[in-house]
Design a binder for this molecule. Sequence first.
Ligand code: ADP
Length: 543
Amino acid sequence: MLGMMMQSQLTLTEVMRHANANFPNSEIISVTADNPRHRYRYREAFARTAQLANALQKLGAEPGDRIATLAWNDYRHFELYYATSCSGLVCHTINPRLFPEQIAYIINHAEDRWLFIDPMFVPLLEALADQLTTVKGYVVLTDSDHMPVTDLPNAHCYEELLALEPENFDWPLLDEGTAAALCYTSGTTGNPKGVLYSHRAMVLHTYGVLMPDVFALQQDEAVLPVVPMFHVNAWAVPYAVPAVGAKLVFPGPKMGCGETLSNLIREEGVTIAAGVPTVWLALLKHLREHDQTVPSLNRVVVGGSACPWSVMEEFEQKHGVYTHHAWGMTEMSPLGTYNARVPADLPAEEARARRLKQGRAAFGVEMRIVDEQGQPPPHDGQAFGALQVRGPWICERYFKAEESALTSDGWFDTGDVATIDPQGYLGITDRTKDVIKSGGEWISSIELENFAMTQEGIAEAAVIGVSHERWAERPLLVVVAAPGAALDTRAIIRAFEGHVAKWWIPDDCILVEELPHTATGKISKKDLRQQLAEYRWPEETPA
Ligand code: ADP
């Protein structure tokens, strides 16, 4: 027997309609290259979104066309998110920090039709334009006063295009399975792969993000996404915030600038901010050096890589800000797990250990760990396994792939190795390709890095496996000193004693000026391994 309820389609158009109808006066604030503090309200944002949808139609965009963006977090990018997806086009966000050849590969693979680019990226595209075989033209995200002189073929000025159009658009009724957005993984191994998000997945993921034990957004809040809109839908913030009618605060090109973040938080009354650990290091440094605090800020969401305890501690002790650790990936839209507030009466050591984990699965995500024999290891927080997931906002196959990306029994293998504890908390121990196998046993590089980061004077730390005659591989710790700190590498190693299993203690520690990073700001272990290919263990390494 079938239920007898309305068959409404779950589309982003409904998010836009809801926001426009119920919260026309909510604000969107942006830092852009042409305005240090642009402000307008939802009413205007969605009127301009309609103008943009008309302009796209005039440019000849057809349903399913991929419209690419190389843009920062700001109001024009926000308008693009909705104008493309809600008119049946696909919003293809591109990470401008990728290597130019990867950007060209991605644009050609996606067969993008139009490119909407921040003025800052005009030279980058000018150098690539000859190789882009499917692109019909370019729209520069600025007004006529700031429009750069460019030899890009068929280049338009965004504000000039919009000015010609009416403020309403006949939004099509889309099937919820229609593709809404496209994002490529960073391609740390091989070519980047495209994840093609549907409207349904985006709407369900938005509900998932909004849950009380996840972002728990409310209409009187102000939200600062420091996570880029060019990567994984800025963790759904541009959808979730309008869904509840809160204020959006976009940092534009100043995402890594502690001063801008501090000013935005304090002046716009930001209550919640989301981003990768490195941006918080920059903010905390700025606050420390300028003796500032951020009274309106209530919580920070940290994901993308493991969050060091020092970040959580400083936020809480100096600023009364609670840090939530979250885990996810491009293929998961990205939300997987979220570490909700732990009970206030939990003993300090236990609370710390729990908060360093990646949290519990959000409703909508199912997860399991599998050992090398395909068996489930116990959920005891100790035994490792390959982490697999399934759910309605998880990728089934990559864009243009003929084969499913799933295991034969329908799970997506995340490429992460993890533990699950009896309370259901996920602990990511490594990427599969970064796992260190010593004498047949796995050592968690993330756990070693977490401990290294608790030591005074260490700004960044990475642990990689280096081949070893007797044990196959042993852990090598590589650290970057904080400004002005003098590090004693032997003392750093000794400090591990009593904090991790004896056989996990790194055999050596070396100091480097800097660590290589990926386009999404993570430490690139692949590049680090290459850089240290000539490294040999010191003679006295105990056998
Ligand atoms: P890319 O590295 O291509 O940008 P994603 O942004 O999809 O890819 O990154 C996903 C990966 O990042 C996860 O599979 C995991 O290895 C790592 N990651 C994400 N969040 C966390 C976290 N909180 N702790 C540890 N690792 C994380």
